[in-house]
Design a protein around this ligand. Structure first.
Ligand SMILES: Nc1ncnc2c1ncn2[C@@H]1O[C@H](COP(=O)(O)OP(=O)(O)OP(=O)(O)O)[C@@H](O)[C@H]1O
Ligand SMILES: [Mg+2]
Length: 345
């Protein structure tokens, strides 16, 4: 029986910007299973980063969690009042890796010093042992010549090396959960692949639970056990990798799958989702996706759909899943491409 390590219930987050209230997360419910790799996808601005930041209490001052709970090992993280509360879990229980490694590194300190600092906080080791651990961790994340490179400052490292250092710092804290917010997006393609392989290797070796944000379905196919699709501050479809790649049911998920560059055939029209995300200032009536949904039903514009459970693993928030709804088929190109299992790398 899979065990949940993190449970997010109805998480609702507003931001205030010049007296305007932005509804950014609109009731996110998501379970993270111990040891899995869960990937969150969705277009820019749908709330993926805000979701991960809320777990670790890293939201900006103008954000407010207005409803919901985040349960981790008997604690409701949304009830934490102070930085001190969050420090008990940050790094040590749940660590985060961001797109730009420079935001996590101090430019004035050597990388070896920064890894050693993390070790000192999280592991009771003497100084000599700590130095050995720095070298072990740098080796583990694939840094060449760690005895020498540990004396480097971040600016002396390439982007890929810096991201390896950030991963080493995360490992030094011995976390249970690793939150990765587009950790390879800023790297060039070959380095992306290496860093991704490193993360997959470390996940298995240390039995980490990984929550991963990406825009790239190649990355999803490579890392995901399960996929959660986000739209306008909600999870609209969630399932195993197979559920999503082979049997996606939400038209928004179809549009994401269909917009992958691999599906582009020269001379044919690019499959493209029109319109934009709803304005986060406005109250949404009905299904947030309805105005962009070619298959929208009348009731989509009036009532928000519930989650329909298609199987133990697959849930979809769309009225199209209702028994009486018209049967709709995904675009032919998706069926052909994914069912041929082209997406398995
Ligand atoms: N500090 C803030 N103040 C006001 N609005 C914010 C703030 N942080 C995020 N938002 C808004 O919240 C929404 C979701 O932002 P978020 O960064 O989570 O998007 P995302 O899904 O991670 O997008 P991307 O794929 O581009 O990283 C956006 O509309 C964004 O403008
Ligand atoms: Mg983001």
């Amino acid at each position: 029986m899979p065990e949940n390590i993190l449970t997010i219930e109805n998480l609702t987050v507003d931001f205030t910007v010049r007296n305007a209230l932005l509804h950014v997360l609109r009731g996110v419910s998501l379970e993270v299973i111990k040891g899995e790799s869960l990937v969150i996808v969705g277009e820019s601005g749908c709330g993926k980063s805000v979701l991960l930041k809320s777990i670790l209490g890293l939201l900006e001052q103008n954000a407010k969690i207005v409803a919901g709970r985040i349960l981790y090992r008997g604690n409701n993280l949304t009830s934490f009042q102070s930085e001190k509360d969050y420090q008990k879990i940050r790094g040590h229980e749940i660590a985060m890796i961001l797109q730009d490694p420079m935001t996590s590194l101090n430019p004035l300190l050597t990388i070896g010093y920064q890894i050693e600092e993390a070790i000192a906080i999280h592991q009771p080791l003497r100084k000599v042992k700590r130095k050995e651990e720095v070298i072990r961790l740098l080796t583990e994340v694939g840094m060449k010549d760690p005895r020498k490179t540990r004396h480097y400052y971040p600016h002396e490292c390439s982007g890929g090396m810096r991201q390896r250092v950030v991963i080493a710092i995360a490992l030094a804290c011995k976390p249970n959960i690793l939150l990765c917010d587009e950790p390879t997006t800023a790297l060039d393609v070959t380095i992306q692949e290496q860093v991704l392989n490193l993360l997959i290797h470390l996940q298995h070796k240390y039995q980490l639970t990984v929550v991963f944000i990406t825009h790239d379905f190649g990355v999803v196919a490579k890392v995901a056990d399960r996929v959660a699709v986000m739209y306008a501050g909600e999870i609209i479809e969630v399932g195993t990798s197979n559920d999503i790649f082979l049997d996606a049911r939400h038209p928004y998920t179809w549009s994401l799958l269909a917009s992958q560059p691999a599906l582009y055939v020269p001379g044919e029209e690019l499959i493209y989702l029109g319109g934009t995300l709803p304005n986060p200032q406005e109250e949404i009536q009905g299904d947030a996706f309805a105005p962009r949904n070619p298959w929208a039903l009348e009731r989509d514009f009036i009532y928000a759909p519930p989650y329909f459970k298609l199987s133990d693993t697959h849930q979809v928030k769309s009225w199209l899943m209702e028994k009486r709804a018209p049967k709709v088929e995904p675009p032919r190109i998706i069926k052909e491409y994914y069912q041929l299992e082209n997406w398995r790398f």
